[in-house]
Design a protein around this ligand. Sequence first.
Ligand code: ADP
Ligand code: MG
Length: 270
Amino acid sequence: MSDKTIDPARLSLLLNELRLPASKVIWPQFAEQADKEGWPAARFLAALAEHELAERDRRRIERHLAEARLLPGKTLNTFEFDAVPMISKAQVMAITAGDSWLEKGANLLLFGPPGGGKSHLASAIGLALIENGYRVLFTRTTDLVQKLQQARRDLALESALAKLDKFHLLILDDLAYVTKDQAETSVLFELISARYERRSMLITANQPFGAWEKVFPDPAMTLAAVDRLVHHATIFEMNVESYRRREAVERRKGPGRPASHATPADIAAN
Ligand code: ADP
Ligand code: MG
């Protein structure tokens, strides 16, 4: 084949038809380099294929991040494990590998008072799982319950629950904030039953199980829900003082404050 037979516009069109958008963009650059450095044809093709695949992975993770609605900026890197001595970083890292517990639909339950880092840790675990190829949805429990109630009114609860199956992990933040009228429709119970032993959930709550009565229509259902949730579950009790309050107190104590933050009043006081 002589150079003359290659029409760059047509080649781009072909790559487009073949759904190879990354190759379409990069091939002129790779081709130029290959010509200059005398790559064998197979090396050129391999480089193009590797690049397309890497870009495909990157786009997929980007899509999964967009759909997950995680809390911005909450990562495992910014999570201080020292502040929650009852949780081992090694255990959390093992959880973010995903495989074994997500495969059997096991759950993760985070308990603790407000400000203890439950939402931060939950979102950060979600992020790490997405980076490892899983699909995650982070939602406030009350928001999801509202959506499921609407679906029930539209006689579409079953398909709404089925749609959530695509997420390997469903993060329900603040379960205990579900209100009495939300509990009455029991959609939350149906969600828990539908995912039981199939799909995982991560639930945060500032109230232990004993205080979940208002989350479900009656005590028997509360018991049944808790039973399913804990059957295969890891429970983190994050009984620590509010991180926000601790930070505020430490700021007030002052020794850690960098000098550059000193105000004219500070300087005058010294
Ligand atoms: P909770 O959901 O338990 O009420 P949050 O996760 O919302 O608590 O934490 C409150 C604030 O404190 C957030 O800004 C969070 O990022 C921060 N925070 C809490 N715990 C930690 C921690 N161990 N390391 C870093 N930041 C933390
Ligand atoms: Mg929270």
